[in-house]
Design a binder for this molecule. Sequence first.
Ligand code: GLC
Length: 726
Amino acid sequence: MDEQRLLALVDRMTPEEKIAQLQQLIGAFYEGFHDVELLTGPMEELGISQEVVRASGSALNLSGAETITRVQQAYLENNRLGIPLLFMADVVHGFKTIFPIPLAMGCSWNLELAEESARVAARESAVSGLHVTFAPMVDLVRDPRWGRVMESTGEDPYLNALFARAMVRGYQGSDLKGDTERLAACVKHFAAYGAPEGGREYNTVDMSERNLREYYLPAYRAAVDEGAALVMASFNTVDGIPASGNEKLMRGLLRGEWGFDGVLISDWASVRELVAHGAAEDDREAALRAIRAGLDIEMMTPCYVHHLPELIEQGAVDPKWIDEAVLRILKLKDKLGLFEKPLRGADPAREKELLLSPEHRRAAYELAVESCVLLKNEGGVLPLAPEAKVALIGPYAESDDILGWWSCNGERKDAQPLGAALAERLGAGRLTAVPCGLDRVTAAELDAALAAARSADTVVLALGEASEMSGEGAARTDIRLPAAQLELVRRVKELGKPMAAVLFNGRPLDLSGLYEEADAVLEAWFPGTEGGAAVADLLVGRRNPSGRLTMSFPRAVGQIPVHYNQFSTGRPFQPGREGDRYVSKYLDCPNDPLLPFGFGLSYTDFRYGEPVLGSDRISRDEPLRVSVEVANTGRRAGVETVQLYIRDVAGEVVRPLRELKAYVRLALEPGETGKAEFLLTEEQLRYHHSDLSFASDPGAFRLYVGGNSRDTREAAFTLVGQASAF
Ligand code: GLC
């Protein structure tokens, strides 16, 4: 429908219909209006009338081809102008086929698999009737106390931006109207939700605008530039004003500076929460601040429907703001082809054929394999020796709780636990599985575990967090493994057997009590529906781990925030000079994390040559060619993620010790030498100055290449020419 026809439709809508179009409600409102207890209190207390329900613009967290068909058809019978409902849901890392959590996916550094995961999720969701996913979540994270780090791809703005683009491409494709098996993407949570003080959920976010622009905004910008159809406002304040009512952030930066003309939706109740924040006296003022900020859809609270009519009457709200919001929503419905095909991709037959299809499971398996990170492997304990007798011990020996917090429509019954997968591979008689509680090991379980360990050649501990210990509302102050699991480690360790550990968790953990004790540690995160098979194939060596961490593992929670792109400070600690007192350090802990950004081991070994630079200088017109040879010196094929970092030695503002600027994944056969080649441009050296100008400064740079952000080989170059004012 062209814009004129959409404008004509807006003109035909009554003021009440326009305002109702801005309301989003959960599915229960469309299915018999029965009262359910909501986060926002009983439905009845929301005071949402049947007229509002009949004219509301979108529904969330309803799915299923038959359900959506029924609800949409019933809705259209009662909607005066025949404007169809939008159906949105959290499809964050898979719909029915669940992929590894995004923090795991990020560790694959594999953008193609990431895009494919979004493509599969979109296909499964669309045939189940959905139109929009509340994803990708692209919040940059540096604090593993925060439970939602599991939803992010990590601590680096450049890598997060690449994944943001890949996910938007996978969800949306290039023709949302023509390809009904795609979804509109809603990038979230704008902005900087990943930086709550203390890592405490929903806590204050406070940082300089320069820091926000340099580190926290790039991934949102990338998603918007990739064409994300919606943006979701975050719960938190940004420079003192909650995002949902932050005019400078929304109308100023998102819409004004970036030119975003898509739909801006609140988070759950985040409009009404302006009152709790202390940014609005009451729902009326919350509605005023949100609509003035340019927020189009109010999720699950009634501030707009209850107060916009009077605000317009009193002249406090310009009716134009309402019309603009309505038009953006109708444009999105048109972009999805809903006016012509209100049921769009909903198709019960396709749903049965596609959900959990072998092809989709295979895609989930591949990403799970590449998302796991080998954190330690001394004495070659992994992969398991072909004839080894194995004792698999721990809460994750037979648990199907491997989907992760935002697996929503995924079902644990569809996930094969590690024990079953490993038994298939080891054969009967070679595996003894001893499950136990996650935070309690009974005496009988301990006895069985120690007995199994004694008679085994190798012990594999399957440990971790419960899935509900990460995700939304799951901040932790102590990020170690539960004490009962650490005691199990200690007792098994006493037996002196080769001991590997597999971790199922949603955040970097403080691995005290495990990392030193185990001979090998494989990080599996929450690997999704095919996670058991993926981890089993890595343990037995059918596949070789290739994951690289995208979020640092601290030595202790007291180190947080600890991330690779730290600054030098005026008194940098010098390794080897532990006795220095007056330097930037702790008395009781090294500065560096236990495991740095980019870190990951393989079952083979890689040897790096020296970086070769095409010149010792770079300029705006002359990019710098960089190459480095990498040899696979081991006995197995493997994939090495060759990472290129820079350091701007002296900037107008201080610059990080390392900044990831590029990477190449090299698949190398045993004995093969490959070459990673990069082309570094002056644009990649630009940063936000104290006046927020985005520019590079001539001067000295260092360059680092390696398999992680710590163990690198170094070179130097100079940026010549005028500063690039941008
Ligand atoms: C939640 C989350 C958001 C999600 C929304 C709808 O509170 O913050 O990520 O998309 O509500 O479920």
